[in-house]
Ligand binder design. Structure first.
Ligand SMILES: C[S@@+](CC[C@H](N)C(=O)[O-])C[C@H]1O[C@@H](n2cnc3c(N)ncnc32)[C@H](O)[C@@H]1O
Length: 339
């Protein structure tokens, strides 16, 4: 038997797992799922899986121990038992949902849950995420920072839901280029547009110099999503994956009136955008974010429902709860829209 540790938004992780063929599983804790088929190459492609591996017996642990290894585990009692039984010198305590780089790169990790020993065999692409999120030269809180891990999950949710082979992904609100870098890494060609392509251009030179860049295409052009789509090369697009525009930065002083106005502006922009997409494509699969305000009555879902009702040619699916860190005022409701 095998297991995966999923991210905080377990709905998105479960959906992604299902789309990649891991549909037979049981939950043993909030974030740990048992799966009965195992394909490390496929698990390695998932953004919502933090770590994965197989269930082993306590006796089998000795087969995986090496004197030089740094041992990680989630349970102090279990760590002490490893010390007593196998003579390991020390262990590091690690929460299942955290990745300890020392243990990942130079050690072994055993989780202990419900009397089961879980040997970790693979980890999320934390080095890739950190390079994209923290090393790209152009970044900025004002425009919002989409974690590359979220871009990764959204790409998989879209490519997994699309009919047919996906070769090219398009982000019409490309911003800093995050979606494009992740798409390139996973083998997709990428088209990105924005009313301001300067940040993405600056980051693209950096991206091409990293070890993660493998010569996939990355094309940038200037475009306002409110204007009709015309470019012929947009016919090559198989999936649209975009964070979109989340509105002006808000803080604790932002009033309900201002939030309502922001949502109305965002609605108008997205509505024009969806209509342009619909006119241009007969069939398209799209994953995008809609901002949800934690301080707003009904979190602003009313505007999202209005957007859905006004664009019935798309099948809308709200994917789980909004993606948001504790204390954040704006959450991202992930939406799958198919035409
Ligand atoms: C939140 S940022 C996207 C950031 C991007 N997901 C990233 O992490 O690199 C939103 C982007 O939408 C762009 N934008 C706003 N209105 C637009 C419009 N009408 N047409 C095209 N892009 C627009 C902004 O210039 C900004 O770059």
């Amino acid at each position: 038997m095998y297991f995966v540790v999923t991210g905080k938004n377990s709905y998105l992780s479960s959906k992604e797992l299902k789309l990649f063929g891991f549909d037979s599983f049981k939950r043993i804790s909030k974030n740990i799922l048992l799966i009965d088929s195992y394909n490390p190459d496929d698990l390695d492609k998932l953004g919502g899986v933090i770590k994965y591996g197989k269930i082993i017996s306590f006796d089998q642990i000795k087969n995986y121990l090496n004197n030089k290894d740094i041992i990680g585990t989630n349970s102090k009692t279990f760590g002490l038992k490893l010390k007593k039984t196998f003579g390991i010198k020390k262990f590091k305590l690690i929460q299942p949902e955290n990745t300890d780089l020392e243990v990942k790169n130079h050690g072994k990790e055993f989780l202990f849950f419900e009397d089961k020993v879980l040997l970790v065999e693979g980890y999320q692409k934390i080095d890739l995420y950190e390079t994209i999120d923290y090393q790209k030269p152009s970044r900025g809180m004002k425009v919002g920072m989409m974690p590359s891990k979220l871009a990764h999950i959204m790409i998989n949710l879209c490519t997994g839901s699309a009919t047919g082979q996906v070769e090219t992904i398009y982000d019409p609100f490309v911003g800093f280029g995050t979606t494009g870098f992740v798409a390139n890494y996973f083998g997709y060609n990428f088209l990105g547009s924005d009313i301001n392509t300067t940040p993405a251009k600056q980051n693209l030179s950096f991206w091409k110099q990293t070890d993660y860049y493998k010569n996939m295409q990355f094309t940038l052009f200037k475009n306002d999503v409110k204007t009709p789509f015309e470019k012929k090369f947009l016919n090559n697009v198989d999936c649209i994956v975009t964070e979109g525009w989340l509105g002006p930065v808000i803080n604790n002083n932002t009033t309900q009136k201002m939030l309502t106005k922001n949502h109305e502006d965002i609605y108008n922009l997205y509505n024009a955008f969806l209509q342009n997409i619909s006119k241009f494509y007969d069939n398209i699969c799209m994953v995008f974010c809609f901002p949800i305000y934690s301080k707003m009555t009904n979190y602003g879902f009313g505007v999202l429902n209005k957007l859905e009702k006004g664009n019935m040619e798309f099948d809308f699916e709200k994917l789980g709860k909004p993606y948001k860190r504790d204390g954040q005022l704006v959450g991202r409701q992930i939406i799958l829209a198919k035409k």
